[in-house]
Design a protein around this ligand. Structure first.
Ligand code: C2E
Ligand code: MG
Ligand code: MG
Length: 714
């Protein structure tokens, strides 16, 4: 530890003494400085601090004690060791010297060995002292740096949105936590230090300790766990916890980082609710309804009781929505669901399966109980609804299934109830229907038919037959009606009545309708270019073609593709399809009219439209429905209606066609009353293309007025 060269200041008023000491110290390789009195000594020390001072006591001016106490009083020189030179055994001088701060004494005359020993010891001591002093400065600097680090750390801790808490495992007390922890739990910093961390857990008291021990054992570290933590007011909040154990000497510190996830949880719960309840009516939705039914069925099987399921569909809902708007429609659904709930007992379940479809589960009820509830629903619907100023009457169709008679699982019960509801609709609505096994057979057949029809579209299985229309005054064929047939593989030729309704319901009619128009157009083009010449074809148009299809586009394309005049194509529309979507239809028909296309009303008289109403449409022809023609010669009512139609149509400059003319008597009657054209088996049934072309080429005609056999009129 001894530094290579120490500097020693010799203070003595006697030059001899100074010389001697210098010589002795030089011999020991020390550097020396000298001062002849106290004042000079202090000045020298202020210039350059020596490592040690050899100080004579008795000096003129300032004596040694004064010099010593001055040096020791000054912090920058206090650490310099002082050896005082005293006379032998001068006890009082030694005491005085100690008081003034000297570390050691040497007796004059100075013994060389003693000097060397004392000086060396003191220098060592000083060096050690210096080291300690420097070290403590260093330590202090380190502590200061750490404190700054700690402050920075705490600021960072406080700034995070997560609560951070440090708990000692041995004491199970908080060591530290951040401001977010205080906020999250609702305590002040001082209060929180006093809280037992165990009491913050939502679990039992031993839970925390075992959790901590598991962490210490290395289980679950770095895993996120969702848990709850108790606030000062006792309420629990959902948190996501990330914990780890940190060794600290012999203790362990558990660091917990907690994130408040109560908002996320609430959002999840809202989603959960949305996923199970219908927002409009607050009723369980389809999913929850199924779940409920499933669990009721389990209990029913155990308890040996029946369960009835009612499938309820509002009859006029679509109308309300379309005519009064969706807001009124929603209001209706809300009010209806309120009434529905009042029709059942508390333990029965109500659900909204979608749109205007509702369902009930009647636990412990069979057909009888279900019929009672169905009648109750019918009864409660007799009171009209008041919807935003509109008074609306609504009925419902209800299908009923019973477990275990009809089915035992939820899916089948609901499906079959739906099937029965559909049957109730077909039966004229405002009624209920029990499910029967036959319904399933029908449904299966229907599904099969649908699938076969989809295939038919892809496989080109449709053909057109043509039925001639004859002008009565000339007896000649003036046009044809194209009638769809289906060559169904394995079934032969299928008539439209068996498949058109399905095409209409499935929407396939739009595609098939386009095909009919294109095919008829092509046929007109082909005839126009051959011996048969230009001939008008009428095609039937379904309502959905007007709503969903591009009727005008299809027709105009057929005209252009085949270079045919517009008047060679006629469209037959029913009264109801005209009423379905008036504005769009008028625009479409007027557009087609400008291309010369002819428009006729098919099956006239079966709908309820007045002629006055029909004047809004650009109509060329009325086709009187077969129902009036059938008994025209025997039933005066039918005759009267037919005559009225003919005269009104003529007054509106429309032509009249009688459909389904089968007898000469019918023909004669129509001719007499100036019907313009007839169509029917009497002249010809619908024919396949080859047969038709045959009679066209033969120029087959109607017998003249006087019942002459058919002859060709040139
Ligand atoms: P519609 O348009 O009123 O066609 C007249 C129907 O009466 C045809 O039945 C025809 O065969 C039948 N008929 C003609 N003369 C007589 C007769 O003297 N006595 C009797 N009892 N019936 C006669 P079809 O071909 O079975 O067609 C039935 C219905 O199917 C058509 O009635 C029409 O509404 C619909 N339809 C046919 N083809 C198409 C089509 O391409 N598209 C659309 N949307 N509907 C079509
Ligand atoms: Mg027709
Ligand atoms: Mg018709």
């Amino acid at each position: 530890m001894t530094s290579p060269v120490a500097t020693i200041l010799i203070v003595d008023d006697e030059v001899q003494n100074r010389k001697l000491l210098e010589a002795l110290l030089h011999a020991e390789s020390y550097l020396t400085l000298t001062a002849a009195n106290g004042e000079d000594a202090l000045a020298a020390i202020a210039q350059l601090a020596p490592d040690l001072v050899l100080l004579d006591i008795m000096m003129p001016g300032m004596n040694g004690y004064e010099v010593a106490s001055t040096l020791k009083a000054n912090p920058s020189t206090a650490h310099i060791p002082i050896i005082m030179l005293t006379a032998l055994n001068d006890r009082s001088a030694r005491l005085e010297g100690l008081k003034s701060g000297a570390e050691e004494f040497l007796t004059k005359p100075v013994d060389r060995a003693e000097l060397s020993l004392r000086v060396r010891n003191l220098l060592r001591l000083k060096e050690y002292g210096d080291f300690l002093k420097n070290h403590s400065v260093l330590l202090e600097q380190q502590v200061q740096a750490r404190t700054i680090d700690l402050q920075r750390f705490r600021t960072a801790m406080d700034a995070t949105a997560d609560a951070i808490m440090l708990v000692s495992r041995s004491s199970m007390r908080f060591i530290e936590f951040n401001a977010t922890a205080c906020q999250m739990l609702g305590y002040s910093r001082e209060e929180l230090f006093l809280v037992d961390p165990v009491t913050l857990s939502a679990g039992p008291p031993e839970y925390m300790e075992s959790l901590y021990d598991a962490l210490i054992a290395g289980h679950g570290t770095n895993q996120l766990a969702e848990t709850q933590i108790r606030r000062v007011d006792g309420s629990l909040i959902d948190v996501e916890a990330h914990r780890l154990a940190q060794r600290f000497g012999t203790d362990w510190i558990i660091v917990s980082v907690l994130r408040d996830i109560s908002e996320r949880k609430q959002a999840q719960q809202r989603l959960q609710h949305l996923a199970h309840y219908d927002a409009l009516t607050g009723l369980p939705n389809r999913r929850l309804f199924y779940e409920t039914l499933k669990s009721i069925l389990v209990q029913a099987v155990q308890g040996g009781w029946q369960v009835a399921v009612l499938y309820i569909d509002l009859d006029q809902f679509k109308n309300v929505n379309e005519t009064l708007g969706h807001a009124v429609g929603d209001e209706l659904l809300g009010q209806f669901s309120n009434r529905l709930v009042q029709c059942v007992r508390v333990r029965d379940a109500v659900g909204r399966l979608g749109g205007d479809e509702f369902a009930l589960i009647l636990a412990g009820q069979g057909q009888q109980g279900a019929a009672l509830v169905a009648n109750k629903i019918k009864e409660m619907l007799r009171v009209p609804f008041e919807l935003n100023g509109h008074v609306v009457g609504v009925t419902a169709s209800i299908g009923i299934t019973v477990q275990p008679d009809d089915a035992v699982d939820a899916e089948s019960l609901i499906k079959y109830a739906d099937t029965a509801m559909y049957r109730a609709k077909q039966a004229g609505r405002n009624t209920f229907s029990f499910f029967t096994a036959q319904m399933n057979t029908d449904v299966m057949a229907r599904l099969e038919l649908e699938a076969a029809l989809r295939k038919a579209c892809d496989n080109d299985e449709f053909v057109l037959y043509y039925q001639p229309k004859v002008q009565l005054n000339s007896g000649r064929i003036v046009g044809l009606e194209a009638l769809l047939r289906w060559r169904r593989p394995g079934h032969g030729l299928v008539a439209p009545s068996e498949f058109i309704p399905v095409l209409e319901e499935t929407g396939l009619i739009v595609r098939v309708g386009s095909w009919v128009i294109a095919t008829a157009g092509k046929q007109i083009g082909l005839w126009q270019a051959c011996a048969i010449g230009p001939l008008q074809i009428a095609v039937n148009v379904a309502s959905r073609q007007l709503i969903e299809g591009d009727l005008a586009g299809d027709v105009i394309k057929a005209l252009a593709d085949n270079h045919i005049a517009g008047h060679l194509l006629e469209l037959e529309l029913t009264e109801s399809s005209l009423m379905d979507n008036t504005e769009r239809t008028i625009a479409c028909l007027q557009n087609l009219k400008q291309h010369g296309v002819q428009i006729s009303i098919d099956d006239f008289g079966t709908g309820y439209s007045s002629l006055a109403y029909l004047r809004r449409f650009p109509i060329d022809k009325l086709k009187i429905d077969i129902a009036f023609i059938r008994d025209i010669t025997s039933n005066p009512d039918d005759a009267a209606i037919t005559l009225a139609i003919i005269s009104m149509a003529h007054s509106l400059k429309m032509q009249v066609v009688a459909e389904g003319v089968e007898t000469a008597a019918q023909l004669a009657y129509l001719r007499e009353h100036r019907c313009d054209q007839i169509q029917g088996y009497y002249f010809s049934p619908p024919l396949a293309l080859a047969e038709l072309e045959q009679i066209l080429l033969e120029q087959k005609c109607l017998p003249a007025d006087d019942d002459m056999p058919a002859v060709a009129v040139g």
